[in-house]
Ligand binder design. Structure first.
Ligand code: AMP
Length: 617
């Protein structure tokens, strides 16, 4: 089917052609003729990424009168990000329609800017419920001429506590309006809203209800809880071109995982509710333009982040709820692209996988956690592929070529390649040389020494000797956390070979493990003119009961890439991240760091959540 067959106006057809849309997506095939040819309301079960904005946007644009300077269509969405996204899409679809104005209004932005935009007499308003009510009460928006009302991501709006606001808005619009309700899921509350406020509506479903998107492959790795982070690194290293979201359960976990990834040289950042709106916008924007490869996020914070070409969604922990899993995994495999949803699970969580399989009617595949060799091979050939396909800047390289050829003339092609690969790859190879097998041996359901998720502590079982536990005379009360502590080590020792094992920060002290042969180096570095003291901790028993063959932390250099446990950082992709203690600041001298570091709480509309999810395990 073509868009032309759907009888849309020429101005709309030309705009979507310019956007590169060739054929309508399934939800559009169903909703556009329905809206153009019938008069009933519509309930559509469709997830984000299925093309639903055009599914309601195109027929609504087709049906409203651009010459009438009244608000004729209202779109309600749960978050400001989604509002902006929808409004931009509608502006794109209507860019050839003279006189058509679309204005987004949402919380978290100065209302005066929005008031000015409303003065331009828009025909379409895209709004978050709270801000809309505010503007209605100020007499700035009049809903008396509304012909079309769209409730987008209705289930999310209810989850975020907007039920009453939505009902207030519905009651303020004329009974003659047509209503379109879009929702990824159909909990009872949504069915109730439909029953109460929509007239003889028809229901369309894209795909099967609660079913996983066909384009998404679901895989999982069974890991010991304490090795979750290591497994995450392996997954990321096995997919050098990854562009994905790592979902964590809590803000704290989000921060910790993101900090560790950044410290290890990955191109990652955190998105959680402790960030201010401006900080969230900044992180999301960096992610959208792919300055960040891995976004570590909580479910709430990631709402409204609309990115279509994610390669992976990673569940660092399985969510407690199948619907959240569906939402998370629905963020990949969009717009007809393939995506992979990865879960790192604990052996006791297999039953959760079974539950999700049943609900989604999709088969999950358990994969073995890749070993060092597999990861290295993948990374190496990624590097070789990039070399093969790199754009060679003939013009600028030419002047040096003669000299380069001369300098290397005694080397064979094979020798040159070996050296090139070694130059780019040695660190990576040595990191993975003795990488341990992270798979749980078959038949072993009891996981060795497992005590929660802190992979760096209390590991039982054989360990080579060699770690000594040291103590530094600063702790939480000086604003120290693991990241800042590593910054201190880096700054004071200036030695990137120092390998720090487990770190424990108490109120007054920071305890940490160092390989025995590096203890003197560390102690010597702290005997100068710093007010920091490092001494052997009582008993000198390391957290790990011996040496860890795979230290998690390593001092980093200013290049930002050296501390990466694994992973070749493609030069053109890697963002230049400041080292843990950036800017030459001496964090241990600053008693206010703790406060300075604590961010104002988000407080934006996207954090208003009171409802709970239904289908728990
Ligand atoms: P949505 O579900 O509205 O967020 O749309 C998901 C993505 O698909 C967006 O990037 C749209 O621009 C894109 N899209 C929507 N309709 C089409 C279409 N018919 N052909 C190609 N891309 C589309």
């Amino acid at each position: 089917m073509t868009f032309r067959e759907l009888n849309l106006k020429d101005e709309i057809l030309s705009a979507i052609e310019e956007l590169g849309y060739e054929n309508p997506m399934p939800v559009q095939e169903q909703s556009i003729p329905f809206m153009l040819e019938k008069t009933a309301d519509l309930v559509a079960l469709a997830q984000t990424g299925t093309g639903k904005t055009a599914a309601f946007g195109l027929p609504v644009l087709n049906l409203i009168d651009a010459q009438r300077k009244e608000v004729q269509a209202l779109v309600l969405a749960p978050t400001r990000e989604l509002c902006i996204q929808i409004s931009n899409d509608l502006k794109n679809y209507s860019k050839n329609m003279r006189g058509m104005r679309v204005v987004p209004v949402y919380g978290g932005e100065d209302i005066r800017t929005q008031l000015r935009q409303l003065d331009t007499a828009p025909q379409i308003i895209v709004a978050t419920p709270g801000r809309l009510i505010d503007l209605i009460e100020r007499g700035k928006i009049e809903l008396g001429a509304i012909n079309f009302l769209v409730l987008d991501e209705a289930d999310e709006m209810l989850n975020m506590g907007f039920k009453e606001d939505i009902e207030t808005i519905l009651e303020r619009t004329p009974d003659t309006r047509r209503t379109m309700l879009f929702s990824a899921t159909m909990p009872k509350e949504i069915a109730n809203i439909a029953k109460r406020y929509m007239k003889n509506y028809e229901e369309i479903t894209v795909g099967v209800k609660n079913s996983g998107n066909e384009n998404v492959e679901h895989i999982y790795y069974v890991s010991q809880a304490r090795q979750r982070y290591m497994v995450l690194k392996r997954i990321v290293d096995l997919n050098p071109d990854i562009y994905g979201i790592v979902f964590c359960r809590t803000r704290q976990e989000t921060k910790e995982v993101a900090d560790k990834l950044m410290h290890d040289g990955y191109n990652a950042d955190a998105l959680h509710g402790d960030l201010s709106q401006a900080q969230r916008d900044n992180v999301m924007q960096k992610f959208r333009i792919r300055n960040i490869q891995l976004l570590v996020a909580t479910d709430v914070a990631a709402r409204g982040l609309d990115v279509n070409d994610l390669t992976h969604v990673i569940n660092y922990n399985l969510p407690d709820d199948v619907e959240i899993y569906t939402h998370r995994s629905g963020r990949t495999g969009r717009a007809n692209k393939k995506g992979i949803a990865v879960s790192i699970i604990h052996s006791k969580e297999r039953f959760k996988i079974k539950d999700i399989e049943r609900m989604l009617k999709r088969q999950f595949t358990q994969e073995q956690i890749p070993n060092g060799l597999e990861v290295c091979k993948k990374q190496l050939f990624f590097l070789i592929d990039r070399m093969e396909n790199v754009d060679v800047n003939e013009e600028q390289i030419l002047p040096y070529m003669a000299q380069i050829m001369k300098q290397l003339e005694y080397l064979s092609k094979e020798e040159i390649l070996k050296r090139f690969v070694s130059l780019e790859f040695n660190r990576f190879l040595s990191y993975y040389k003795n990488a341990e097998d992270l798979n749980i041996p078959e038949g072993n359901t009891r996981e060795r020494g497992e005590r929660g998720d802190r992979g760096d502590r209390n590991e039982r079982g054989p360990k080579p000797a060699g770690r000594i536990r040291l103590k530094m005379n600063v702790g939480e009360r000086e604003g120290i956390d693991a990241k800042r502590f590593l910054g201190i080590i880096n700054d004071v020792t200036g030695d990137k070979s120092i390998s720090i094992g487990a770190i424990e920060v108490t109120n007054k002290f920071t305890f940490f493990d160092v390989f025995a042969d590096q203890v003197d180096k560390v102690m010597a570095a702290f005997t100068g003119d710093t007010d920091l003291e490092v001494s052997e901790a009582k008993g000198s028993k390391s957290f790990e009961g011996g040496a860890s063959r795979k230290p998690e932390y390593r001092a980093r250099t200013s290049s930002g890439g050296d501390s990466r446990g694994g992973g070749y950082r493609g030069g053109d992709r890697a963002s230049s991240r400041p080292a843990a203690s950036a800017g030459g600041e001496k964090p241990w001298r600053n008693r206010e760091l703790g406060d300075r570091n604590s961010r104002p709480s988000g407080g934006g509309s996207s954090d208003r959540r009171i409802g709970g999810y239904k289908k728990r395990y």
